[in-house]
Design a protein around this ligand. Sequence first.
Ligand SMILES: NC(=O)c1ccc[n+]([C@@H]2O[C@H](COP(=O)([O-])OP(=O)(O)OC[C@H]3O[C@@H](n4cnc5c(N)ncnc54)[C@H](OP(=O)(O)O)[C@@H]3O)[C@@H](O)[C@H]2O)c1
Length: 240
Amino acid sequence: MARIALVTGGTRGIGAAIAKQLKADGCNVAATYAGNDEAAKAFTDETGIQTYKWNVADYEESAAGIAQVEKDLGPIDIVVANAGITRDAPFHKMTPEQWHQVIDTNLTGVFNTVHPVWPGMRERKFGRVIVISSINGQKGQFAQVNYAATKAGDLGIVKSLAQEGARAGITANAVCPGYIATEMVMAVPEKVRESIIGQIPAGRLGEPEEIARCVSFLAADGSGFINGSTISANGAQFFV
Ligand SMILES: NC(=O)c1ccc[n+]([C@@H]2O[C@H](COP(=O)([O-])OP(=O)(O)OC[C@H]3O[C@@H](n4cnc5c(N)ncnc54)[C@H](OP(=O)(O)O)[C@@H]3O)[C@@H](O)[C@H]2O)c1
């Protein structure tokens, strides 16, 4: 039987590559997004993957959306908490609004995505929880106090979930991408991007497909003993 996979923020960037990879792996995939209907439609037209719109920062919306996915496709076996945003500013200029937006989406959003599927995974004695963290959650980053806090928080989430889920056949792992060529990174000024590339020993940005490979590995039925771990994919930019 095909595994059912949910990828939040799965219509663009890294999430889209993950959704496509999981489909290629034989999963039945649902991809979510926040508001960009045009990108979501283009994604479905290209891939045939069904999309759903809800705000991961809202628990009720997430729970209702997940219930709809499960009604349409069946119980979710693999959940990839990928949706994320940046609201960068040096700390002395960071507003409480910028702090809360990023915490609500990137950190509370992971709770809102995983919590509704967790009881079903426990009952069925199988689950794969994969959270997309970041190199900047491992090392911190200028002007990203909010973002780095959420991405470091992701690592605490998976290490704790791993211990709670292990006996129930559920694994929880994180992937920490370095700088990947998505709209999030291409939106930074070219000069800044060039200086980022200068700090990457590989001499290039990563590709979304290279993150999708990590997820594919962690999501596999045969990866049951890999639990609470973090895979770094950053072109040798940073070692934990
Ligand atoms: N790009 C990088 O270099 C990089 C590096 C390390 C970690 N990451 C992490 O990887 C993940 C994906 O990044 P990306 O660069 O692929 O991002 P992206 O290209 O900006 O795509 C973000 C996706 O998340 C969705 N999304 C955003 N806020 C949401 C919300 N509140 N509720 C539901 N969906 C929401 C977007 O939906 P819409 O299309 O509707 O806006 C979109 O599908 C993020 O968690 C990011 O922090 C990225």
